[in-house]
Write a protein that binds this ligand. Structure first.
Ligand SMILES: Nc1ncnc2c1ncn2[C@@H]1O[C@H](COP(=O)(O)OP(=O)(O)OP(=O)(O)O)[C@@H](O)[C@H]1O
Ligand SMILES: [Mg+2]
Length: 407
């Protein structure tokens, strides 16, 4: 009888290879890991790690073999280029202990000049943001004493997919999916309490298999949803008009979630410029998003309104509803936060009502909702409370009788 031993299957058999790799680039190791180094190379690297104590340094051998050793004691083998930006070259990397694919962004500069200072600031900021989001795998800082050149290398997770800037020849419906997911990615970033401040098609990646958009390039991003600044940040050519860099008095210019949404409007406009069916109903629908996001600050939708609008458009153009599950879940989460946070604040202030008392459900035949006076005051000043209540309680008539409406 044949002996089938499932345990023999390599652990990493289901691994998704980065687009830049082929299976022949990888070696299968005894522990089931698929690595970019052979068994001999792995032994060599581990010997060096043990005896050299060479942390925060680069180990090089052969023609172009390189390993970055971080302060934390991790080792990353460096492979093919992933892309290049203003601040540095990004290469594919792999953690040789667990096989995880990473990206390594590297920059060599003279720390003296103003350009060097800008680069250093960018790398420090990106490090801080990646750390804050739990995404930094390590950063190497090295100074070449002879040339006085500084090298900084940041290592963070590899993101599957292609840049939005390289997307061409799609029809409007497919582009619509990429747009909804771009809005979702930005809204999620805002939900985590960050502004990205450089929304442009080179900083968004599309993963076709997962139908997911990921924001990259966090060197301009800011913890906090408002940033006052006198310097010009953000995507060139896609700055909201209220941030007009030609203003003589630059003080008081404030980047907000709404200024980000303007940049998103420009990004969507650029994507729509490249679609194959400009006369379609889907194209016209998607243009309504551009018009809303490019409108003046007073009437421009905020993050939550933008997600809501994008879901409505997605439904009109007939996108597969399963693709919208995560978008809808995010909308609900953010909307609930907008209701609960003010209610919680009010509860604390008055120190007498609690959320459960203020949102009392009476089970008389059908569920109804009653509010205490104070809670009602807050609720009526809280946008989006109606759709949320309607979703949670099945009797919208009673809710609307209370007089709590949309914004
Ligand atoms: N985590 C990642 N996974 C995969 N590819 C990446 C990753 N980060 C960056 N890249 C690739 O490298 C390119 C440059 O990266 P990034 O935008 O972060 O660099 P940058 O120097 O800040 O660029 P710029 O400021 O000019 O936009 C990206 O457009 C992308 O193609
Ligand atoms: Mg970039």
């Amino acid at each position: 009888m044949d002996n089938i031993n499932i345990e023999c299957e390599p652990k990493s058999i289901g691994i998704r290879l980065p687009l830049q790799l082929e299976s022949k680039d990888l070696f299968l190791h005894q522990n089931g890991c698929l690595l970019l180094v052979s068994e001999d190379e792995l032994k060599f690297i581990n010997e060096k790690r043990k005896y050299n104590n060479s942390k925060n340094s680069i180990l090089e051998w052969g023609e172009d073999k390189k390993v970055y050793l971080t302060e934390e004691g991790d080792a990353f083998i460096i492979n093919k280029p992933l892309g290049e930006g203003k601040f540095g070259e990004v290469k594919l990397a792999q953690n040789i202990d667990d096989g995880a694919f990473m990206a390594a962004k590297e920059c060599i500069f003279s720390p003296r000049g103003s350009e060097g200072k800008t680069k250093e600031r960018y790398f420090n900021k990106e490090k801080e943001n990646l750390q804050g989001l739990g995404k930094l795998a390590g950063q190497l800082n090295m100074l070449n004493k002879e040339s006085k050149q500084k090298t900084i290398i940041s290592i963070f997770p590899y993101v599957h997919g292609i840049d939005y800037k390289d997307i061409n020849n799609l029809n409007s419906k497919k582009t619509g999916l990429l747009i909804v997911k771009a809005i979702e990615a930005l809204a999620e970033f805002h939900d985590k309490g960050y502004l990205h401040l450089d929304i442009n098609p080179g900083n968004l990646k599309w993963d076709e298999k997962e139908k997911k958009c990921t924001l990259i390039d966090l060197g301009n991003a800011n913890k906090g949803l408002e940033k006052k600044d006198v310097t010009i940040l953000g995507p060139q050519g896609a700055l909201a008009p209220e941030l007009d860099p030609d203003k003589i008095i630059k003080v008081g210019r404030t980047y907000t979630t709404k200024t980000e949404m303007f940049s998103m409007g420009i990004l969507i406009e650029d994507l729509l410029d490249k679609v194959t069916d400009k006369n379609s109903m889907e194209f016209i629908e998607l243009q309504t998003l551009v018009a809303a996001l490019k409108s003046s600050a007073e009437i421009r939708p905020d993050t939550l309104e933008t997600i809501k609008k994008s879901i409505e458009v997605a439904e009109k153009i007939g996108l597969d509803p399963t693709y919208l599950n995560s978008t809808k879940a995010l909308f609900e989460r953010m909307a609930a936060k907008m209701i609960l946070e003010p209610l919680e604040r009010l509860t604390q202030e008055l120190n007498k009502i609690t959320i459960s008392e203020s949102l009392k459900i009476e089970n008389v035949g059908q569920p109804a909702v009653t509010f205490s006076n104070e809670a009602e005051k807050v609720a009526s000043n809280t946008p989006y409370i109606l759709p949320i209540l309607e979703n949670h309680f099945e009797n919208p008539i009673i809710i609307s009788k209370i007089g709590i409406g949309n914004k």
